[in-house]
Design a binder for this molecule. Structure first.
Ligand code: MG
Length: 448
């Protein structure tokens, strides 16, 4: 695997190999040059390397005359929201999101609280590559000040949502097992659940950055959480990724719902409160599409990547949107994937529903998604996609993002990853064997 991934959405790498303080300082200098000075919000997840890279980011930003608002260890959505509420020129989030413990990186946030888009991101990359930084003179160097209220303000914004009925949720006194994988969510999500009157059983809720398992909140990584939900007779299990933009749920039976259901439930809830359009990405489950359409709502699909969904949501004034990997975007708060927001919506929904999580899950249509990764070795992503296009030329193909083979009740989406040197193959069908078969066929096609 490549040791440094530079993309328009930021930079990610293995600490001490591709990702060094020099790389990070350069990026911070490039970002600060792009932002043309002013205030920049800096947040970080709990990774062990975070403190070191924070120093590198501070050095880079100060050197080009940016003043820093240091909001500390917090979720990515908190940093995005703080950029907006503090009227900053931008934000940097030091995180490698769901990547394993040896990774870190930067997510680049514009003054509107959205991630930079392709064009903006490319500008930052060009500045970094050309090293055309606008260094400040000795008396114009930036300063850094701490700002300790970002998490509190994020929490307040969630609790102030008109459709969150605190008394109703508190009335259920949900017993929740919470797994923050020792990530940044540890500093916020337990407080949110306490404010919602839940009995919280914390699992990995110390923000040490020492992830006790693979931190991506996929069912296979949540076995400890599932066991704990059963053993504790809890109502629900909740898992977030290290920077707390992705949310996964576990039923009272200790069964993971799968990340796709997080967004499906949130969409179902929001459409019971508001009418309007829904935006999802090309890989998101039909479950969400079926729900939205049965509620008379229009669904628009975009390329994969939070920024594509967020920009389309803003353009059409969507009521909710997101990505099937557990990323719920609620524009009433901000246009970024936000696990704490998702938690509040789902608990409100559960309180109104009165049944259990598995009963609530049973109200959703059933599809099975199979997600696979193909390591590319010597093959270029473009060549892999061309192979698919040729082999499946008799099928209905959609090119919104990579190649998507669309059939009556099933689809396969094949695209190059933005963050890893791999091809993602995602298939969905009403039955597991079918979606697995579809994935296997495509993987074979790429390999041969
Ligand atoms: Mg993340």
């Amino acid at each position: 695997m490549s040791k440094l991934m530079v993309s328009v959405s930021g930079v990610r790498g293995i600490v001490g190999e591709g990702l060094t303080p020099e790389v990070v300082t350069n990026f911070a200098q490039a970002f600060g040059t792009y932002a043309k000075g002013g205030k920049v919000v800096v947040g970080r997840d709990s990774r062990v390397s975070g403190e070191m890279f924070k120093s590198a980011v501070f050095t880079g930003l100060m050197a080009v005359g940016c003043d820093i608002l240091d909001i500390g260890v917090c979720p990515t959505p908190t940093t995005q929201l703080a950029v907006e509420t503090l009227a900053a020129n931008g934000g940097l989030m030091i995180t490698a999101s769901h990547n394993p413990i040896m990774w870190n990186g930067l997510k680049l946030i514009g003054p509107d609280g959205l991630f930079l888009d392709a064009e903006q991101g490319q500008e930052v990359i060009s500045i970094a590559e050309r090293k055309s930084f606008t260094f400040a003179a000795w008396d114009k160097i930036g300063i850094a000040v701490g700002y300790s209220k970002a998490i509190e303000e994020h929490l307040e914004a969630i609790l102030d949502l008109e459709y969150i009925d605190l008394d109703k949720i508190k009335g259920r006194r949900f017993k929740v097992v919470l797994d923050c994988v020792c990530g940044a969510g540890s500093n916020m999500v337990p407080h949110l659940l306490n404010k919602l009157g839940c009995e919280v059983i914390p699992l990995n809720c110390e923000p040490t950055g020492l992830f006790p398992r693979n931190p991506e909140p996929l069912p296979e990584n949540l076995t400890e959480l599932c066991e704990a939900v059963k053993n504790e007779n809890a109502d629900i299990g909740i898992a977030v990724d290290p920077d707390s933009d992705r949310l996964a749920l576990v039923s009272e039976k200790g069964e993971p719902l799968g990340e796709e259901k997080t967004l499906a439930l949130a969409v179902k809830f929001m459409l019971s409160k508001k009418t309007g359009s829904v935006v999802i990405n090309a890989s998101t489950s039909r479950v969400t599409e079926d729900i939205a359409e049965s509620g008379g709502s229009t669904v628009i699909r975009t390329k994969v990547g939070e920024i594509h969904v967020a920009k389309k949501m803003r353009e059409i004034g969507a009521v909710i949107g997101g990505e099937g990997n557990g990323g719920v975007i609620l524009p009433d708060i901000h246009l970024g994937r936000d696990a704490p927001v998702g938690i509040a919506l789902v608990l409100q929904q559960l309180a109104e529903f009165t049944g259990t999580v598995s009963e609530l899950n049973d109200t959703l249509p059933n599809y099975v998604i199979t997600k696979e990764k193909v390591e590319l070795h010597d093959l270029e992503p473009k060549a892999a996609l061309e192979k698919i296009q040729e082999a499946y030329s008799n099928d209905k193909l959609d090119f919104t993002d990579g190649v998507k083979i669309v059939r009556d009740k099933s689809w396969v989406h094949i695209r190059a990853s933005n963050t890893e040197p791999i091809i993602r193959v995602i298939a969905e069908a009403p039955r597991k064997e079918e979606s697995q078969q579809l994935c296997a066929e495509v993987k074979d096609c790429i390999a041969n």
